[in-house]
Write a protein that binds this ligand. Structure first.
Ligand code: ADP
Ligand code: TRP
Length: 324
């Protein structure tokens, strides 16, 4: 029996290099080895998106992005989170055994309070419980995510353990699947992690000119104010991305940067070309998929059927165990 992999992604903006390298690219690759379930986390997105039409649109857009990158509906159940309402029922049940303190220690929650978030909602606080329900409803073995989500998987595991020790073995304990070599990708500002919420992204499906602008605008080694000054690749974010996209030329790039033979502009142009080259097939496929919205909807509907039957089985057992 193949092990089961599950992951979700919020439709809260256009996917960027961080999402691509930390999550989406890996999700596609894992289809070859595992039984995969991937979903668009639109329930989670409700914690930030407050425009229904917009959420619907972004959900479809993200589905098109994923399909373009190579999610194969013949191999993988690909669906919308909200098409499996069992997950919200499980969220409630799990919330009744989740210690308040566990959620108070969640980094994402603490960060949003630290950033001075006004009137944080109960939904935002509960976010990790909903995520645990996603993972546990399908009895997932592995959850591939970026490093920033690691704690959420630990919380899901904690909650599953509590459930099992309270009611008897019911839920599979999930493990994260984090690729240690993939560091958190830093944004174009050279400081923060690349994130939609910092506005420092390189959007993988942006029109070519826009993509070029985002890459050419990246902050490099701040001491290198002219080409003649030798660069320090260790502290340059463009160099970090070169390691990924131009790995075969990396020794040469490093040498030429350190000896001021290559300037930051040329460096970024090379990076732009390499990123465009890697993404070209997906970018072309994306245009085709976008023309066929019925296809996208059909894929999501079929994926939901598979996912829902699996979640319903878990919920049957959970309801029995807790006495509902
Ligand atoms: P954002 O911070 O832009 O809102 P999300 O929180 O929606 O991104 O993340 C979606 C997925 O992409 C998660 O699995 C997350 O770990 C991964 N991810 C997001 N930003 C990065 C990054 N800068 N580097 C690596 N992975 C990332
Ligand atoms: N919280 C995840 C993120 O922002 C998205 C997500 C929701 C998820 N449910 C999940 C990821 C379950 C993995 C498994 O990236």
């Amino acid at each position: 029996m193949k092990k089961r992999v599950l992951s979700g992604m919020q439709p809260s903006g256009k996917p960027h290099l961080g999402n691509y390298l930390g999550a989406m690219k890996r999700h596609v690759a894992l289809q070859e080895k595992y039984e995969c379930l991937y979903f668009i986390a639109n329930y989670h997105a409700l914690t930030t998106v407050r425009d229904g039409k917009n959420l619907e649109e972004m959900t479809r857009e993200l589905a098109a992005d994923y399909l373009a990158l190579g999610i194969d509906p013949k191999k993988t159940a690909f669906f919308k989170q909200s098409d499996v309402p069992e997950v919200t029922e499980l969220t409630w049940i799990l919330s009744t055994i989740t210690p308040f303190g566990l959620l108070e220690r969640a980094h994402a929650w603490k960060d949003s309070l630290a950033k001075g978030k006004k009137n944080p909602t109960a939904g935002l606080f509960q976010y990790p419980v909903l995520m645990a329900a996603d993972i546990l409803a399908y009895q997932s073995d592995f959850v591939p995510v970026g490093k920033d989500q690691k704690q959420h998987i630990e919380i899901a595991r904690d909650i599953a353990q509590t459930f099992n020790s309270t009611y008897g073995d019911t839920l599979t304990l999930p493990a994260d699947l984090i690729e240690e070599e993939v560091e958190t990708i830093i944004g174009t500002d050279g400081v923060h992690k690349m994130s939609k919420s910092y506005g420092n992204t390189v959007e993988i499906f942006a029109p070519e000119e826009e993509l070029r602008k985002q890459i050419m605008g990246m902050v490099t080694d701040p001491n290198r104010i002219k080409k003649e000054i030798p660069g320090n690749p260790e502290i340059c974010n463009v160099f970090s991305l070169q390691k990924i996209f131009n790995s075969s030329k990396i020794k040469d790039i490093e040498k030429r940067c350190k000896s001021a033979q290559i300037g930051c502009v040329e460096d970024k142009k090379m990076l732009f070309e390499a990123i465009l080259e890697e993404l070209r097939p997906a970018r072309e496929k994306r245009i085709e998929i976008q023309k066929n919205l019925d296809y996208i909807d059909e894929v999501l509907r079929n994926g939901a059927k598979i996912a829902r039957s699996s979640a319903a089985k878990t919920l049957d057992e959970v309801r029995k165990k807790v006495g509902l």
